[in-house]
Each structure stands twice: as C-alpha cells, then as structure tokens.
Ligand binder design. Structure first.
Ligand code: HDD
Length: 758
C-alpha cells in the first residue's frame, strides 16, 4: 500500500516486531529483508545459534565479585534485530540519509555519524614490542610438589587454575609474519583464587641486556630503521648488529636467536622460561630462589631456515593457525611447569653463577628442573580483539608465595608493564576488561578514571573509615595477604654501575655453542652468515666477528668465510666450560601428536591404500592431508575421498612428513593410455608435475621423513630423491610404510641428511 520505499521498509519492521517488547521478534525467519535494498537480502534474519563451547566468554567475575552473565550476552550478536549503540532498532544501515537518492548526504544522519565514529576508533595502539601474538585459554593443574617451597595456593596439590596464554614474536608489527627469526613471548595469566599471577616469559632463558634502562635502546636497534621503516620483523640489519656487538652482554641471547630456537616449528613445541630468578616463600616465611621453566610435551622442535622463509610467503599466519587448529581438533597442547631451585643465600649465586644476571642460565645438569604442574590449552579465544589484544600482562601481578629478586632488569619491568597498558588500553581501568578480571573477588579502593565500568557503592573509599562500616580491613599472613619477604638490603652508596660479576659475557655463550650437535652448529653458522650478510656496514660485520672469536674459533672462522672476511683472534681467553646436553634439541624421541602428514596421490593412485593410511594417521592423533592434482573428491572402490590440498595449493612446508600413494601396477600400453586420458582432463600424474617434484625435493632438503608404497618409486625418481637415502622408505603396504614413517617423525627430523662441517 505504501509507495515510499523507506516508509514501506519501516512498516515491515514494525509488523514483524509487533507484540515483542523486550526480546527478538517472533516470526522473523523467512521474512523478506527491507525493501529499500535493490536486491533481496541474501539470507533471512534469524536467531543466532547459541555460542559453541569455545565461543563462550571468559569465565570471569566482575570487580565486585558477581558473575558477568550480562556481559556474556553482549559479546555475541544478542538478537535478531539490528540496533544502534543505544539500543534503538534500525531499519537500514546500508544507506546514508540523503536529500533524494542522488542528492547530498545530510549532516543530520546521526546513525551514519555513530557508525563511522565507532569504526574510526576500532584500533588501539599495538604493543610497542610483542605486537603480533596468538593466545588460548586453558587450565593449569598443580602437582603439589612445589608446596614445600611456596605457600602459593594455586601450587598446592591438585588445584586447577584457569589460565590464558599469549605467545608472540617481539620485533614485528601486528600484521607481520609468524616464522621470522626472533625471540618468542610466552606469557601466562593464572587466574588464581588469591589473585592474578602473570608469568611474562620468553622461549629463551636469557635476555639481551642486564639493566632495564637499556630496553628502549635495544628495541630501537631491533625495530625497523626509522628512516624507511624497514626491515620488518627481523634482526638481519645494521642497527641490531651494531647494538648487540657494542653491548656484548647481548652475546648469549643473540646466539640463542641465531640457533634453531629462533625459528620454532610451532608454539606447541617451544620451551618457556621466566628468565629472571624469582623468590618462592613458604608458609613459615622461608625463601628459595627459583627459575621457572615450561617444557612442551611434544618436545622442542624448530623449522629450518629455508622452511621459515618459504612459510613467510605461503602462510604468514603459520603459528597462529597451527595453535588454533590443534586446539579445535582436540590435540590440546601441554607443557609441564617446572622449577630449578637454589638456596636463598645473601650473595644470590649458584655454583659461581650470578642469579641476578638475566644473561645467565643455570645448566639443568647442575640444578634439575623439578616438575610442579601441567598446563593444557583447550579453548580458542572467541574474539581476537577482546581477548588476545586486550589482555594486559604485568610482572608485578604476583600472588602470596611468589616474590621478586633484585635483578635490575626485573625492576624496570615492574614499572614498564603497567605504564604501557595506560597508553594501549586507554586508562587505568584495564583490569576491568573481561579478559583481565581476576577470578578472586576484588575489593580495592581505586575509583573513577577513564573507562570506569564498575558502579562502586559506599561513600568512603579510604581506610580506616567510620562511614562504610569500617571496611575494607586489611588481611594478614593468616588470611592470605601478599607480604613482601623481609630481605636485607645491603648498605651501599648509590651508583649507576653494574656489579663486577655481570662482566663475563662470553663463557655462557661458549657453553651453549659447545652443547649443540654438529647440525645445530651448522644452522647457527648459517644464521650468522645470513644476518651479517644482510648488513651494509663493514665495521659492524668486523665487530661481530670479533665477538664470535670470543665464543669459538670454528664458529668465527666459518662465518668469516661466508662473509668473505678474515677471522680475527679472540680478545679474551676462551672460557673453560662444560657442555650442557639439555640445551640440544637433537637426540631424543617425542610423541608425534598433532603432526601433519601430506598423502600425495595421482588420478589413478591406490585410493583404498590412501583411505587406510588416512584412518591410521587419525587414530595416531596426527593430521592427514590428501594432496591430489585437483580439488574435490577422488573415487575409490570404497566411496569418495576428499582432497584437502591440490598440487597448486600444497607446499612441503605445511607437512612434517610426506607419503606417496602407490599406483597399482599397469603395463606399458595401459600406462600410456592412462597418461593420455589424464592429460585430456588437464590432470597430471605426480611424477609429471614439477610442483610435486618441488614438494619432494624441499621435504628431502628439510630433513623430513618421506615414505612411498609400491608403485610410487617413479615419483621419487622423477624428483631426483634417492630412494636409498636416510629417512626415505619404500614400504610393502600403505600401513607398513606409515608405521616406519611415524617412527622417523619421533626424532623430529632425519638429522643425518644435513651436511655438517664442525
Ligand atoms: Fe617485556 C611485553 C617478555 C623485558 C617492556 N614482554 C612483553 C611480552 C612478553 C615480554 C612475553 C608480551 C606480553 C603479552 O603477550 O601481552 N620482556 C619479556 C621478557 C623480558 C622482558 C621475558 C626479560 C626477561 N620488557 C622487558 C623490559 C621492558 C619490557 C626490560 C622495559 C623496561 N614488555 C615491555 C612492555 C610490553 C612488553 C613495553 C609491551 C606490551 C606490554 O608490555 O604489555 O611493557
């Protein structure tokens, strides 16, 4: 009846919501969309599905201790009908209000104004470091073994604590690649019953600098050059190497970065470290110095450099995707939490190692890592911004039983983390954001400020008071108060100086180098040669070689050779140190859970065999990806098999191992006929497709296990992969081949394939 399209649309909406005063309208499904749109709405409006279990919001309490069910509803699309931010229903959000369809947009369009205003402010400043990250929810189960050294309630036997863990790279911007050579952040928020404990660690146990006052400098040196803002997310440039060679305390951390630890295979295969020495305090006030460790159940595993570089282009979100996929598939990553313990002596050293120097490790052979609990990540965030981006870690978020030491790097961090959240999250009330809310009741006297969301009651936010019933009162040791350990502070004159014990910059790096297997040393030499080869300044390269000479003459000579420069002599005597075998990633066998096997088949491959290995791979908690010449399905005698990757979309770097499906034997004529048929439909057999050849040569070069069952030898031959090389298996049957392949994957790589010279 109504001819004006806007009015007609408004009428429709009114009809559809009639009788519905406070909830989504009945009968919306199936109704046509507003007719102001020239085309019909692609889908009819309907009630959103309830959130999946992994989409529910963080299980949090409000600052006043109430469950945040109301917030939960606001986190998803809360109903069928669109509203604006004030809850007023909207009939059209696709057209600005205009003076006629071809006329100017009117300033009075307050809906346009609100929508664009909000959009204009959707981004917040990225983290100044660790901007790119991925996170997951999980649970920490305590073994209780730490109860002898700490009163922390969450470390008592069988206590379960919800956690949120964020992994990150350090140098790159939010949109940078995952597999760059860099340190990785490993930050854990424990929502304990006694308050939040944040362990803000890295995947390396040492740090570049010994005093926080140098942090702005090391980051300025590592970040892109200020003039052109390049290179992104990497240390292969002059300013980084200028800094780390002028501040030789950075030598140890730099060596870790140049090792395989700088390019993890997955967040799931990284160790984590608290870096600093912390102080644990028991119920009687007794204290013990500790270093925190996370040990991945899957073992420490890394990429090789060429793989990492290829992934940067093929799948820049490799680590982020890997973590989310594994959790969604139910392959929940796990780490054992552990501590190295040291007596809390006044000098705070252990076996001559200064525990306050964050460039030092204590070898595990001298102080074994004692397991104290298990971390399991089992739920992906539902909203990247609300959770992963807005989570705010702080080394000063401590609980009773965990205290700090006088490590000067830690002291500066205690200031920096709170400070940065004010810029990043827009004010001092960031602890009220759902992801940051403690699960312990909060009863503070902090008030007002930007983005205050709590409605505090009472009139006397101070104490003591006589107006709010005298509350709050303060807790004591018997009511789980956080009490600083009464550590004696030495009588001293104030100085800007480092202690003499901080001056040895080379013996710990030498220990690391000596602890590496030949193939790991080869990778380190390759990394230094690559990074320094990217520097323009001759003086920087020469200075870097002088540093390497003080770690090891072979390392120095080989890098010098690669750079085409003379190898200098050491300037300090080479340290007499023992290797620490625990530092090497090579030589152990690990579970293969969650590893990815690419199963390559041709248009006439043994599809029943493919089906059998697929099922066996799944049973072994690994991921099979069928790779064929084109997408869709392959029809075996037992029904259709879905193709997950084609020769165009597959790249070796995605797989931990490759299996080549056999082809049932055919005679020469049949072969020719088959090829002719395949060519007609534009499908090439694997042995004729250069992309399969590339896949295999890369997998071979990267030390990955390769298996083929009867009839697939031709594919290996065409790729030039020697069938008798280590880690290449020609099996009799599909499942026997898989079994041998899985055995090889347990050691992570076929290490014998890498050539070594050291
Ligand atoms: Fe830091 C973030 C780890 C030294 C200042 N740091 C940040 C994150 C991790 C670390 C994992 C990311 C947290 C997240 O996911 O939100 N940082 C470390 C480790 C260090 C270290 C293991 C040495 C042992 N950091 C350090 C120093 C300073 C900072 C010495 C400053 C004096 N770090 C920051 C920061 C960041 C940060 C600027 C950036 C974003 C944030 O804090 O929330 O405050």
């Amino acid at each position: 009846s109504e001819t004006n399209p806007l009015k007609r649309a408004a009428q429709k909406v009114t009809e559809s919501v009639q009788g519905d005063s406070d909830g989504p309208a009945e009968g919306i499904p199936g109704k046509p969309g507003p007719e102001s749109s020239p085309v019909a709405e692609p889908t009819a409006a309907r009630e959103p599905l309830p959130p999946k279990p992994d989409q529910s919001g963080p299980d949090t309490l409000s600052p006043t201790g109430q469950l945040t069910g109301a917030d939960q509803a606001q986190m998803a699309q809360a109903g069928a009908l669109l509203t604006d931010a004030q809850g007023t229903r909207r009939y059209d959000t696709d057209h600005s209000l205009k003076a006629g369809p071809r006329g100017p947009v009117l300033l009075q369009d307050h809906h346009l104004r609100e929508k664009v205003m909000h959009f204009d402010h959707e981004r917040i400043p990225e983290r100044v470091v660790h901007a790119r990250g991925a996170a997951a929810h999980g649970v920490f189960m305590s073994y209780g073994t730490a109860s002898t050294v700490t009163r922390a309630a969450f470390l008592a036997k069988d206590v379960e604590t919800p956690v949120f863990v964020r992994f990150s790279t350090v140098l790159g911007s939010r949109g940078s690649s995952d597999t760059v050579r860099d340190t990785r952040g490993f930050a854990t928020k424990f929502y304990t019953r006694e308050g939040v404990f944040d362990l803000v660690g890295n995947n390396m146990p040492v740090f570049f600098i010994q005093d926080a006052i140098k942090f702005p400098d090391v980051i300025h040196a590592g970040k892109p050059h200020p003039d052109r803002e390049i290179p992104q997310a990497q240390s292969a440039h002059d300013t980084f190497w200028d800094f780390v060679t002028l501040h030789t305390e950075a030598t140890h951390h730099t060596l870790w970065n140049m090792s395989d630890r700088g390019i993890p295979r997955s967040y799931r295969t990284m160790e984590g470290f608290g870096v600093h020495t912390f102080r644990l305090v028991d119920a009687e006030g007794g204290s013990t110095l500790v270093k925190f460790h996370w040990k991945p159940k899957l073992g420490v595993h890394s990429l090789v450099w060429e793989e990492a570089q290829i992934i940067n282009g093929v799948d820049p979100d490799f680590h982020r995707r890997d973590l989310a996929d594994a959790i969604e598939a139910g392959a929940h990553p796990q780490w054992e939490f552990g501590i190295q313990t040291f007596p809390d002596t006044p000098d705070q050293t252990f076996e001559g190692i200064d525990l306050l120097d964050p460039t030092n490790i204590v070898p595990e052979e001298l102080a074994p890592v004692q397991p104290i609990g298990l971390l399991t990540l089992d739920r992906n965030p539902s909203n990247y911004f609300a959770e992963t981006e807005q989570v705010a870690f702080h080394v000063g978020h401590l609980v009773p039983g965990i205290d700090i030491t006088d490590d000067p790097l830690l002291a500066g961090r205690l200031f920096s983390y709170l400070d940065t959240q004010i810029t990043r999250l827009g004010g001092p009330n960031f602890p009220q954001l759902p992801i940051n809310r403690p699960h312990a009741p909060v009863n503070d006297m902090l008030r007002d400020g930007m983005h205050q969301t709590a409605v505090h009651r009472g009139v006397a936010p101070y104490r003591p008071n006589s107006l709010d019933g005298g509350c709050p009162i303060t807790a004591g040791a018997d009511t789980a108060a956080y009490i600083e350990t009464p550590v004696r502070v030495p009588e001293a004159t104030r100085v800007r100086e480092a202690p003499e014990s901080f001056a040895d910059h080379f013996s710990q790096p030498r220990r690391f180098w000596l602890s590496m297997s030949p193939v790991e040393r080869e990778h380190i030499i390759g990394a230094y040669t690559f990074e320094l080869g990217k520097c323009y300044e001759q003086a920087v390269k020469e200075r870097a070689l002088r540093v390497l000479a003080n770690i090891d003459p072979v390392l120095c000579a080989q890098v010098a050779e690669g750079l085409g420069l003379p190898a200098p002599e050491p300037t300090v005597p080479l340290a007499e140190v023992e290797a620490s075998p625990a530092l090497s990633q090579v030589g152990q066998t690990w579970p293969t859970d969650g590893r990815i096997i690419g199963i390559v088949t041709g248009p006439d491959g043994d599809l029943d065999g493919v089906r059998a290995v697929r099922e066996a791979v799944l049973r072994a908690d690994m991921v099979p990806l069928v790779v064929a010449s084109r997408g869709g399905t392959l029809n075996g005698s037992d029904g259709a098999l879905t193709v997950q990757r084609t020769f165009a979309t597959a790249r070796s770097v995605e797989f931990d191992a490759v299996l080549l499906a056999g082809t049932p034997g055919l005679d020469g004529d049949a072969n020719a006929a088959r090829d002719a048929k395949a060519a007609l439909v534009g499908v090439r057999r694997p042995e004729h497709d250069p992309r399969v050849g590339l896949l295999l040569t890369e997998a071979f070069r990267h030390g990955k296990a390769i298996g083929a069952w009867k009839g697939a030898e031709a594919v290996l031959e065409a790729a030039g992969v020697p069938v008798d090389a280590p880690g290449v298996i020609i099996g009799d049957s599909p499942t026997a081949t898989l079994e041998q392949l899985t055995g090889l994957m347990g050691t992570h790589r076929v290490w014998e394939r890498f050539t070594t010279t050291t």
